[in-house]
Ligand binder design. Structure first.
Ligand code: ADP
Ligand code: ADP
Length: 238
């Protein structure tokens, strides 16, 4: 069964019709890549999923987003609890200036996911391991800050931070868009291992990257989802 079903989604920023009749499903343990030219609606479609889209005056949305078959805008949905089911990773690594430990502990603490210090320590370690960062930072958890790390390490720290609430879905907005090729290869390998436990939606500007990591590709153009399908079939006639 799909984890998320997006049905006939339309989204307007004032007069700008940013998403037009968009339909797609997201399945557990898959990487779905959003591709398409700048301004075609990829980040709007990503942010709608965890209800982090713009809600200022003039913004309007119709259609449905179902998670586990339940409308995410139903009155019984608590937005902070809903958001906790998602981890967000931005293009530019944005770790907190606090210690490496605090960067990861933050979400777990905020949501009361750990009851005591040993549990918190174990949780932080587990998130850092799953983000393939533990060995590089284990001796500096409290002595270095997130911003002391290299760009690629910072991005893996942001992924560890995103894992701290044990999300069902990772939303990644060009996670490799501002790091070097070696760091990119590490993040791509990491994503392939994370998809076992998390569905991943990733925006990428790189067709090559989509080809390397995605199970399915959704191609947006001028607010429409023109085509969605398995990665192999999407690129045969591209
Ligand atoms: P992409 O991620 O593919 O670059 P976006 O979802 O960011 O596309 O944007 C889709 C369209 O909506 C673009 O035309 C963009 O200029 C417009 N847009 C995005 N955010 C806003 C906003 N906050 N206010 C007004 N227009 C916006
Ligand atoms: P930019 O396009 O420069 O990344 P945004 O307005 O998209 O600017 O986001 C600003 C910051 O807000 C991001 O770096 C990210 O940390 C946070 N953010 C944006 N969208 C989301 C989201 N859907 N969920 C969680 N955090 C978000």
């Amino acid at each position: 069964d799909p984890l998320i079903e997006v049905q006939n989604l339309n989204f307007w920023y004032d007069q700008k019709h940013a998403l037009i009749d968009v339909d797609f499903d997201l399945y557990p343990s898959e990487i779905l890549a959003f591709i398409g030219p700048s301004g075609c609606g990829k980040s709007t479609a990503l942010k709608v999923l965890n209800r982090m889209h713009d809600t200022t005056r003039g913004v309007r949305m119709t259609g449905q987003v179902l998670m586990d078959g339940h409308d995410i805008h139903a009155p019984d949905i608590d937005p902070p609890l809903h958001r906790r089911r998602f981890g967000w990773v931005a293009q530019k690594p944005n770790p907190f200036a606090s210690s490496i430990f605090e960067n990861v502990a933050y979400g777990a603490r905020l949501h009361g996911l750990t009851r005591n210090r040993p549990e918190l320590d174990a949780h932080v370690q587990s998130c850092l391991r799953r983000a393939h960062l533990w060995d590089e930072v284990k001796d500096h958890l409290h002595s270095k800050t997130g911003t002391d790390l290299s760009g690629g390490q910072q991005q893996r720290l942001c992924i560890a931070r995103a894992l701290a609430t044990e999300p069902d879905v990772l939303l990644m907005d060009e996670p490799t868009g501002s790091i070097d090729p070696i760091a990119t290869a590490k993040i791509e390998a990491l994503m392939s291992s994370l998809k076992q436990d998390h569905a991943i939606v990733v925006i990428t500007h790189s067709m090559m990257e989509a080809r390397r990591i995605a199970d399915r590709v959704a191609y947006f153009h001028l607010g429409r989802l023109l085509e969605i399908g398995p990665t192999e079939t999407m690129f045969t006639h591209a």
